[in-house]
Design a protein around this ligand. Sequence first.
Ligand SMILES: C[S@@+](CC[C@H](N)C(=O)[O-])C[C@H]1O[C@@H](n2cnc3c(N)ncnc32)[C@H](O)[C@@H]1O
Length: 288
Amino acid sequence: MRKKGFKDYLKAFLSEDEVSKLKSSLEIVGDIAILKIPEVLASKERIIGEAILKLNKNVKTVLKQESPVDGDFRVRGFKLVAGENKTETVYREHGCILKVDVSKAYFSPRLQFERLRIAKLVNVGEVVVNMFAGVGSFSIVIAKKSKPSKVYSIDINPIAIKYLKENIALNKVENIVIPILGDAKEVINSKLLNVADRVLMPLPAKAYEYLPEAIKTLKNFSGWIHYYDFTHAKKDENPKEKVAKKVEERLKSLGFPIKFSIQNSRIVRSVGPNWYQVVLDIWIKPKL
Ligand SMILES: C[S@@+](CC[C@H](N)C(=O)[O-])C[C@H]1O[C@@H](n2cnc3c(N)ncnc32)[C@H](O)[C@@H]1O
């Protein structure tokens, strides 16, 4: 699948100046290619789409991203520019199969490394709570690559849960991944208190607010929280330190009988000029 070099290839169909206006890179999910096309190239959409189809024989559909990830369900708006009119596809990574509808539930191939990184941290027999599971990308990779006993996987979007259920069956992890439709706060407070060895919070927009529930779902206030956030950082600022400081203050202010230490932090990806997605791996234990 060719993603790099697609702009060079487009020079056969567009002028150099037009190609330079295409700022974004190509995102490929299964047999769907996604890119942002600026308004000045609106009349060239079809040509660009057809060129991508020709360049990537495995691509069947080219979608233009029309709106950014937004709303509670974290979905994007798309317009078909070439190929089959569809938004559903099958994506494969790390030996896992993920059926997704890119317009109805969140999915990003860019988190591939992070999913495997987390899966490798999971110990045999662990109970994991994924508070914002989507179609199950983290949960399925964890279930297939490690040996957890359960991965409770919560999402508020009914369509994400529908795909999560399909992905559980496709990957034969029915005994491990448990889909739960609902708001993570309500689900944890009503049925997942004091159960987890590890908690995932892969929703930067809400992780800060939902930290109390992440602590409450841990077994005996003991275990790991993988906390995701977005932060702006100027050239002289360290994005990881900024997020760590914010989270340390919040954890201290919550009043739980816990000790904590941020054992690892990393920039997951950059999401715009001076904007970063950061993850903190936080170790929690009870204060004795
Ligand atoms: C950024 S996506 C991440 C999905 C998945 N972990 C992934 O990486 O593909 C965040 C998910 O959280 C869900 N969500 C938003 N608010 C929620 C809430 N209050 N409780 C549970 N899930 C929620 C959205 O529907 C979305 O699927």
